[in-house]
Design a protein around this ligand. Structure first.
Ligand code: HEM
Ligand SMILES: [Cu+2]
Length: 696
């Protein structure tokens, strides 16, 4: 056995046996070969992408227009691209775990360690690098448009946040090739992730990817909250803000308060591992329950931070495709705030069985159940919004309906788990796995997919193929049902979560149904890709440059598609909720302003990319304990960030004449276009100008 000492200090604790290819070569089992296969996908995929970009010459426009952009819209799209890339890895891992468990009666083909690595990367990726960037991406793209702003309050910091998030995702991807990821689950509980139990670098990858990305998310929270407080258009009172913006504000507040406990707990875990502290050990005065408390003080608000913006998207979808105002807007807003506050009062339900005594459990059990009340209010409001509406069953509505039905089931199983006595029976069984997928997939993922379909034409100027949209949505909905409903039953039969195999033949039939469902979900992912490719090929037919393809109600639809970088030629004055719907009804939605002004925007900067490079270097150096590289990267980052504060020439001005010309061209196009009725929405006649209907 070679040790790091043989390689000397420049490489820290790295040894070649840590490369997954070398491991597979030395020990060619199925498990190792799958690992090496995944690693080669990462390496070859990265190389292929690099070669393609250089060969096609696209790297230049991608660098100039995207990677260095400070435009909130482009940053939002990049977040969503990141999350879709990570989603494909996460779903493939989920399907692989389902396959293992389908074959897992007394065996299977994966080693326990490999399975543990899979549920750890899967959970970590899904939560931190799929759901969070997806949500952040939508907030970035849509929120400033909905409040009539030109950009976020801190455009450069926005880019830095994205850079930090990508650092985390990059580290998780690198862990496939160099060394191993943690085997301690997405929650990284000690003592599993302590030095004694896990001497390798796995937990360190988890720690640094989550800590660095977490700092990015904290900054995003601040940026979003400040933007909503400070950048609203004249007249956009808080109670005139669209519901999605409300959920963005509540999510931002949750981010600001929930991310620090996570950062602290990961750093304390790092101190345990690197510096032999004993915060979370079982000896020398440590106590791992401190970790559970800190982690879930983040972890539970986190799930609401993900689901609230999805609620916001569904609210916009229900209102738009029912052709009505949201029913009881005010109660929806208060329910959102109530959920945001309550989300901080329930964390202890994650360790009911760890011996804190009955009274504490009762208090947290009740607090948990109370969240069902505002959630119920929302569900009724959405149903009342549809009631007597002119409903169009467009693709986002399919997701929204699937959500409404499935999420109620998932929520109810949550109320079941909130009862400590019942939790004693099913905790750590796969019943819990079924529950949280039942809320996360319909609640968060369908929301994001609905939003993707709803706002795609806004961002790119053409619709997505509806036909493929229905195929994708159906596959997601039924695939989910087949995968996770059987898991409830196996959970009640007593199958523990995170088990690589089992010996009770009663579990097997359920596992076979579940793997069939997982295959449907994989096809749903495939259909999503096909839909995108088909839509790009037919983008002329699907084009909606005028900007309002669905008869939208809020301000983002009052711009051309894609919107100019400054969003609005002149900042709108808001006099009502659902401002754009009202303006359309009054016939003054597309008026030429008396005069235009010069618009000042921030210049492009490479600072986000520099943060990404130095952050990734820093993460890797910390994982492998290459201390000279840590120093280099920290100094590099400081130089970049401090250097940036000396930039004086950071803005450029778009002359009023240029704004006027672009706006006039758009108004002319609108004047020349034929409005399309709602029934023609999915036809090539839809160029993004909606025919007027009576407003409700
Ligand atoms: C799309 C299809 C998906 C499949 C087939 C799938 C499958 C699985 C499986 C088999 C496990 C391990 C269960 C166990 O503990 O034995 C798991 C765990 C987990 N999944 Fe998924 N999943 C999917 C989607 C998602 C999504 C969308 C999210 C979140 C947004 C998610 C979050 C998690 C989390 C947090 C864990 C727990 C990891 C841990 O125990 O540390 N999954 N999933
Ligand atoms: Cu919780």
């Amino acid at each position: 056995m070679t040790t790091s000492a043989d390689w000397g200090w420049p490489l820290g604790v790295f040894i070649p046996e840590q490369l997954s290819f070398v491991r597979a070569f030395n020990n060619p089992t199925t498990s190792e070969l799958i690992g090496a296969g995944a690693a080669s996908l990462v390496v070859l995929g990265g190389l292929a992408l690099a070669v393609f970009l250089i060969w096609s010459g696209w790297w230049r426009p991608i660098w100039r227009d995207w990677l260095t952009s400070t435009d909130h819209k482009r940053i939002g799209i990049m977040y969503i691209v990141l999350s879709l890339v990570m989603l494909s890895r996460g779903v493939i891992e989920g399907a692989l775990m389902r396959t293992q468990q389908a074959a897992g009666l007394n065996g299977g083909f994966l080693t326990p360690d490999h399975f543990a690595e899979l549920f750890s990367t899967h959970g970590t990726i899904m939560v931190f690098f799929v759901a969070m960037p997806f949500v952040t991406g939508f907030i970035n793209y849509i929120m400033p448009l909905q409040i009539g702003a030109r950009d976020m309050s801190f455009p450069v910091m926005n880019q830095v946040s994205l850079g930090l998030t990508v650092v985390g995702a990059t580290l998780v991807m690198i862990s496939l090739v160099l060394g191993q990821f943690s085997t301690g689950g997405w929650t990284a509980y000690p003592p599993y992730t302590g030095k004694v139990f896990s001497p390798g670098v796995g937990p360190d990858y988890w720690i640094w990817s989550v800590a660095i990305a977490g700092i990015g998310s904290t900054l995003t929270g601040i940026n979003v909250a400040v933007t909503i407080y400070k950048e609203r258009a004249p007249g956009m009172h808080l109670f005139r803000m669209p519901l999605f913006t409300w959920t963005a504000l509540c999510a931002a507040i949750i981010l600001i308060f929930a991310m620090p406990p996570l950062t602290v707990s990961t750093l304390m875990l790092a101190m345990d591992r690197y510096l032999d502290f004993h915060f979370f050990t079982n000896d020398l005065g440590g106590n791992m329950m401190n970790y559970a408390n800190l982690f879930w003080l983040f972890g539970h608000p986190e799930v609401y931070l993900l689901v609230l913006p999805a609620y916001g998207i569904f609210s916009e979808v229900f209102a738009t495709y029912s052709g009505k105002r949201l029913y009881s807007y005010t109660s929806l807003v208060y329910a959102t705030m109530a959920i945001a506050v309550l989300s901080f009062t329930v964390w202890l339900h994650h360790f009911f069985t760890m011996g804190q005594g009955a009274n504490v459990n009762i208090a947290f059990g009740i607090a948990t159940m109370v969240i069902a009340i505002p959630t119920g209010v929302k569900v009724y409001d959405w149903m009342a919004t549809m009631f007597r509406g002119r409903i169009r069953f467009s693709v986002p509505m399919v997701y929204a309906t699937g959500f409404l039905i499935l999420f109620v089931i998932g929520g109810l199983t949550g109320v079941i788990l909130a009862n400590p006595t019942i939790d004693y029976q099913v905790h750590n069984s796969v019943f819990l796995v079924a529950h949280f997928h039942n809320v996360l997939i319909p609640g968060v993922l369908y929301g994001m997919l609905a939003g993707y379909h709803f706002w795609f034409p806004k961002a790119f100027g053409f619709r997505l193929s509806e036909g493929w949209g229905y195929v994708t949505a159906t596959l997601w909905i039924f695939g989910f049902a087949f995968t996770f409903f059987p898991i409830y039953f196996v959970g009640l039969l007593g199958m523990p979560r995170r088990s690589v195999s089992y010996s009770d033949p009663a579990f097997e039939p359920f596992m076979l149904v579940a793997v069939f469902g997982a295959a449907m979900i994989l096809s749903a992912l495939g259909a999503l890709v096909v839909q995108l490719l088909v839509s790009i090929r037919k983008r002329e037919t699907f084009s909606v440059p005028l900007g309002d393809p669905w008869n939208g109600r809020t301000l983002e639809w009052a711009t051309p598609s894609p919107p100019p970088e400054y969003n609005f030629a002149i900042i709108p004055t808001v006099t009502d909720r659902d401002m754009f719907a009202v303006a359309k009804a009054q016939g003054n939605a597309f008026e030429k302003p008396a005069e235009y002004e010069d618009i000042t925007l921030p210049k492009n900067t490479a600072i986000g990319m520099m943060v990404w490079v130095s952050g990734t270097g820093l993460g890797l150096a910390l994982v492998w304990q290459v201390w000279w590289l840590v120093l280099v990267c920290v100094i590099g980052m400081l130089v970049v960030l401090i250097g940036n504060t000396f930039r004086t020439d950071a803005h450029r001005v778009i002359p009023a004449a240029e704004v006027a010309a672009a706006h006039q061209a758009w108004l002319d196009q609108i004047a020349a276009a034929t409005p399309v009725g709602r029934l023609g929405e999915a036809t090539p006649h839809n160029k993004g100008l909606a025919a007027q209907e009576a407003v409700q």
